[in-house]
Write a protein that binds this ligand. Structure first.
Ligand code: FES
Length: 487
């Protein structure tokens, strides 16, 4: 059964009601997990630190927890390369990892396992990909405008990153000030349900997006190993972002997780990802995750930050320091130590050019290294639709060029939330609203109906971006608007 030491029994904010237990087999050994939790989470809760070895014998477990890094692939019920952070646990599942000696090339189950029979085709005027803060906000705005649409997400529950966020939001009442992230997801979802205009397609992965020669777009979607086709006239891409990785020695050891993966384990499934953690990155994510780890009894040995200043809000940093966690500025991680999983980490001071200074190394004993070093927009679908792409480092990297109405260079394709530049959940909510208004206007030509909503959302967005912590965003946006001249 899941080991007690890995399960979070008491949490100051969340509760984890007992779920139905199921038996499964890992390498033939009987284990127990909770029905419907991701297989990877069940393995970690059973104390499995190494999921498999690569061809070269490097151990692997998981990193992103959202199906983006391919670190967690295992053989499940004979199907090779199953993404175990996305695949849900069922009674009697048999999970195998591969020893290096058994490594052989195998076809991807995404290609092999999809059943074409009974292919379902849905038609809609508008499809939204991604049911995080931006996607939910788009869906609610469209529902309030009376436009029926499809909302697709690869998770079984809408909410995206909001579901993992236990902290209270800042800002105005309209932007859920004082409400915790997971509650905001509940509020938005309840509101959406009330309007009865949103058709959810959950646990559904969009594997291809194509321009239809007769107009509109075709989406290839896999749900329950079956292929669905969605024909839509207009598309809003609210895919969010993926966590950045960092280059250092042994950075692939099991026990090195992205901050979002740590939150997934702790807040969605009630699992402790480790006992002693080093956090890399002092932005708001790093600071908040540090506090959340302390809440579940994980010792945070330090937060390190390569820049000479703290990246996140100083109120968060002050709280962490009061709780005894050192924040080492101008420090980076040099190496992770351990044979099959993290046992310690070596950090080093850096000079003003971010070059490590010899002789300043420090070692921390830890079994978890949490990387909170920023995000990259998930923008592949825009590139595959031939949208003009631009590289804006301040906004997280490659993203589709878009104007202030969030229209990309491809008519009928709009971008909402972090997929169009990394900001915050509050700005994602506003961007979702703007994209919905623009898409509505594009589809129905009704400008008057949405102009007030859009103007108000833009005003609030501008207000949020004037915060000194979002200065970088302003710089990035100026570059983005300038990029238009070259397009
Ligand atoms: S794809 Fe599963 S952990 Fe990243």
């Amino acid at each position: 059964m899941p080991k007690d030491s890995y399960l979070i029994r008491n949490h100051p904010i969340l509760s984890f009601p007992e779920k139905e237990r199921v038996k499964f087999y890992f390498e033939g050994k009987e284990m127990e997990g909770f029905l419907g939790e991701p297989i990877a989470c069940a393995l970690i809760a059973n104390g499995i630190k190494v999921f498999k070895w690569t061809k070269k014998g490097r151990p692997r477990s998981f990193f992103c927890a959202v199906g983006k890094c391919s670190s967690c692939l295992l053989t499940v019920d004979g199907r090779p390369n199953v993404m175990t952070c996305m695949e849900r646990l069922r009674e009697g599942m048999s999970i195998e990892r591969r020893e290096p000696s058994l490594w052989k090339e195998e076809p991807s189950p995404q290609a092999k396992g999809i059943k074409e029979e009974g292919k379902r085709i849905y038609k809609t005027d508008l499809a939204i990909i991604g049911a995080g803060p931006a996607g939910l906000s788009s869906a609610l705005t469209l529902a309030q405008l009376g436009l029926e649409h499809i909302l697709i997400d690869d998770n079984p529950k809408p909410g995206g990153q909001l579901l993992k966020q236990t902290h209270k939001f800042f800002g105005s009442k309209e932007l859920f000030c004082g409400i915790r992230g997971f509650k905001i997801a509940e509020i938005l979802t309840e509101e959406i349900t009330r309007w009865k205009k949103t058709n959810y397609l959950l646990s559904a992965s969009v594997i291809g997006v194509y321009k239809n020669p007769n107009g509109g777009f075709d989406l290839a979607v896999v749900q329950d190993d079956k292929l669905l086709k969605i024909k839509t006239r207009v598309l809003i891409g609210a895919l969010g972002a993926q966590e950045n990785f960092l280059l250092f020695e042994n950075n692939d050891l099991p026990g090195i997780y992205g901050a979002g993966a740590v939150q997934t384990l702790m807040h969605l499934y009630g699992i402790k990802p480790g006992e002693r953690a080093l956090i890399v990155g002092s932005g708001n994510v790093g600071l908040i995750v540090a506090y959340q780890m302390l809440q579940v009894g994980i010792e945070v040995v330090a937060i390190i930050e390569a820049m000479p200043e703290i990246g996140g809000y100083h109120c968060h940093a002050a709280k962490i320091r009061r709780l005894g966690v050192p924040i080492l500025l101008s420090h980076t991680i040099k190496r992770a130590n351990g044979k099959d999983f993290v046992e310690s980490a070596v950090v080093v001071r850096v000079d003003k050019n971010l070059k490590p200074i010899k002789g300043t190394e420090k070692r921390f004993n830890c079994d978890l290294i949490c990387l909170a070093v920023g995000f990259t927009p998930l923008s592949d679908i825009f590139a595959s639709l031939d949208c003009e792409m631009v590289y804006i480092p301040e906004l997280g990297g490659y993203l589709p060029y878009h104007d202030e109405d969030l229209q990309t260079s491809c008519p009928g394709v709009f971008v909402a939330g972090d997929a169009g530049g990394i900001e915050e959940a509050s700005t994602a909510i506003l961007k979702g609203k703007i994209a919905a208004c623009s898409a509505y206007e594009y589809l129905l030509g009704k400008k008057k109906e949405v102009s007030l909503i859009k103007r108000e959302a833009k005003r609030r967005l501008h207000e949020l971006r004037t915060s000194p912590f979002l200065k970088k965003i302003e710089i990035g946006l100026n570059r983005l608007w300038k990029a238009q001249e070259g397009i």
